[in-house]
Structure formats: C-alpha cells, structure tokens
Write a protein that binds this ligand. Structure first.
Ligand code: HEM
Length: 384
C-alpha cells in the first residue's frame, strides 16, 4: 500500500508486519547450480542468479551444493590515484563531437551487438526477473547527466556517487552489466597494453624441486646487484630487470611480502628511506604485521588491473611496494628507465620493451624434442 503526495510523488507505506512476515517466509539464500550440460557458462551466470535473483525460482536451476568459495573481496581502499582510464572500445570516429550511429563499432568490434545480445539472452534465461531492474537502470542512468554510464560509477573519497542516492539504492542489475562488459572486453579488448607473439613447441619437464624454486626466484628484498645476478643466470640483463618489473602494474601482494619495509626499522613508525613515509603509513593501516597473511595490497594502487605505466610513476615517487621495486631507483640505468617511463610519454616504448623481454623470458631453459615430454595431465609427469 502507498499514497500519492500533493507533489505527485508516490510513497510506499511501510508495513512492518508485512515485512516481518516476508522475512519469516523467506527461504534461506540458496546456492544454485544449473544442470551439468549447461556448465560451460553456468558458473558465471549462477553468480548473477545468486546475487540478484535470490527470490527467483526458475525451472532450469537446481539446488545442488553449498559452495564456500567466494570471490576474494576486491581491495578498493588504495584507489586514490590514477584511474585506469576505464573501458570502452575505440570507435570509428575519435572526434569528441561524433554523432551516435548504429554500427559505430562495425570496424573495431564487429560483433559487439551480437555479443551483448547473446550474453543478455543467457542472463534472461536464468534470471528473467532482471529485465525490470535492467530497464530501470537504463532509465536512472539516462536521467542524471545523460546516458553516460555515470550511474555505474562507485563513490570515491568523500564523493557519493549517483548509485548512493536514495532513489538508486534499490537499483539492481549491476552484476549483469559486469558480465556483459567482461564478454566485450574478452572479445574486443582495448588496444592498450603490450602483446607479443609466442613461439610454441616447448616440451614439459619431468623434474620439479622446491629447493630450486627457493634458490632461483628473486626475493622481494632483493637489491639491484642480487637481482642482476639472478636475472643474468637466466640470460636476462639489467634492462630486462627494470622492464619486467613493470609487470607489477598488475596484481596484488600479501602483507608479508613487504611488511619488513614497514616494521623492521628503528621504530614502528619509521620506515626505511626508500619508502615514501605517507605511503608507508597507509600501508601500515592495512598490513598490521608480517604475520598478517590475509591482507592484500595493490602493487600499482589505483590501476592494478590495467597494464599501463603507472607502476613506474609509483616507483619514481618512492612508492614501489617491494624492496626490489624501490631498488630500481638505486642504479643509474634502471633509475633512468623508471623516470623516463614515469613521464607517461613513452608508454609505447615500455610496451615494446616488455614484449621483447617477455619473449626472452619465455625462452629461458626451453626443452625441445627428447629433452622433455608432452604431459597428459598438467600436474603429473607421464607414466613411462
Ligand atoms: C624483479 C624481481 C621480482 C620480484 C622480487 C618479485 C616479487 C614479487 C612478490 C613478492 C609478489 C607478491 C607475492 C604475494 O605477496 O602474494 C609479486 C607479485 C607479482 N609479480 Fe613479481 N617479482 C619479480 C618479478 C616479476 C616478473 C618478472 C613478473 C612477470 C613478468 C612478475 C609479475 C608479478 C605479478 C603479476 C604479481 C601479482 C600476482 C597476483 O596478483 O597474485 N614479477 N612479485
């Protein structure tokens, strides 16, 4: 029940008994799996069904099992700098005043409409009641600042975003937008970031030793002489070291990998000179001790999912997360490289360098022919 106010707005009356009885009658949230033959895409879609469709009882889904594996919660606290530029595909026309047109992506992502349609059809088949929420999302998106997807943006710092506004609190369907976006990114990734050809024909080895791994992998506390020595043993030089370290533009690290830089100095609040003190303070709030194995921090805060050059800007500002990152400022060659790429004017140079170094790294100790085998199972050597 509700009522219309004099200004024409409809307000739903809150009926606590109704809410309570709803709560009592609600079945506990259930994990649902679709039938086995649909498994190719079922796991993805079932998340949508779980998150946004808990009240939906579709025939094609069955309760099968309790699944404890939740997606690791994303580390969003560190995104205080440099956004990653966001998604989107380069259209035919880069002109800012370009007109909208049907088939805008016909050259750059020809299947865009088909991909969106196919994914939406899958979502609708599992969770048809999301049709309403998605239509409303479109309406709320277009009514505020135009149809510019600002309704999808999360709050940052003190800025509450559109989705935090009262009328938008009940918006649903964000998970579906993510699903469709993921499909588009997979089919038509933005041409940002490096890529390289990979020559194939490597054989699989039959030996795997923990002692060798402990001995041969570079430690996070490594300085340039140590890292250079380790890299040289793999036919990689100083340039490869500084270039490949740029891979730390992606991903996250566990607290013990850098806690030594936060707490091993004269006092708990005095980190080493190689680490920016403000950044160290912030890291301390997240990484309480070297034993904190759960906490993750982005190595390239703000764009840890994007292969870009902002890692070098952090390192240049003494905000490299590991000692090995910070060490790149202690050698003239590596420092020059860090500072050059940090300007943001040489992204293409870095991408080309990275491609070359990745090819070199991919050729380390390759086995061919009778030197190895082609494993039947990834984790077990073949029976002879
Ligand atoms: C220069 C020597 C290197 C050192 C000392 C080093 C050290 C580390 C450490 C300590 C972590 C975090 C582990 C954790 O706490 O979970 C890490 C993560 C990572 N490293 Fe390196 N690394 C080096 C080189 C490389 C290279 C050559 C690459 C690839 C080309 C690379 C790619 C990555 C990526 C992508 C992650 C994030 C993984 C994730 O998100 O789970 N690193 N590295």
């Amino acid at each position: 029940m509700g009522h219309w106010s004099s200004n024409g707005k409809y307000t739903k009356d809150y009926d606590s008994s109704e809410a309570e009885s709803d709560a009592v009658n609600q079945p506990p949230p259930k994990r649902r799996r679709v039938y086995k033959e649909e498994e190719e895409w079922s796991d993805d879609l079932v998340e949508v069904a779980e998150e946004e469709e808990e009240d939906e009882k579709e025939e094609e889904v069955v309760v099968e099992e309790e699944d404890d594996e939740e997606e690791e919660e994303e580390d969003e606290d560190d995104n205080d700098e440099e956004g990653d530029g966001g998604g989107g595909y380069e259209g035919d026309d880069d002109d800012a005043v370009a007109q909208l047109e049907v088939g805008y992506y016909s050259k750059t992502c020809p299947n865009v409409e088909a991909i969106v349609r196919e994914e939406m059809e899958k979502i609708m088949s599992v969770a048809p009641s999301l049709a309403g929420p998605l239509l409303r999302l479109h309406f709320h998106g277009c009514f505020v600042r135009g149809c510019d997807a600002s309704v999808l943006l999360n709050a940052t710092g003190s800025n509450l975003a559109e989705k935090d506004a009262e009328p938008n609190r009940s918006l649903r369907g964000f998970g579906s937008v993510d699903k469709v976006k993921a499909k588009l990114e997979a089919a038509c990734p933005q041409h940002r970031g490096p890529f390289w050809p990979v020559a194939l024909g490597r054989r699989d080895g039959r030996v795997s030793s923990a002692a060798e791994a402990a001995d041969q992998l570079p430690p996070a506390y490594g300085d340039v002489p140590l890292l250079t020595k380790i890299f040289a043993s793999k036919n990689l030089d100083l340039k490869d070291l500084v270039v490949l370290s740029g891979a730390h533009t992606l991903g996250t690290a566990h607290c013990p990998s850098y806690a030594g830089r936060l707490y091993n100095f004269s006092s708990a609040y005095n980190s080493g000179p190689s680490l920016d003190s403000e950044y160290a303070d912030r890291l301390r709030t997240r990484c309480k001790s070297a034993h904190d194995k759960a906490m993750l921090s982005e190595m390239d805060p703000g764009s840890y999912k994007t292969f870009d050059t902002s890692y070098y800007r952090h390192v240049a500002k003494r905000r490299g997360l590991f000692q090995s990152d910070a060490a790149l400022l202690t050698d003239a060659t590596t420092r020059d490289y860090v500072q050059r790429i940090a300007t943001g004017k040489f992204d293409d140079v870095f991408f080309k360098d990275l491609s070359e170094s990745m090819i070199k790294m991919g050729n380390v100790g390759v086995l061919t022919g009778a030197e190895g085998e082609i494993r039947k199972e990834c984790y077990i050597v073949n029976w002879i």
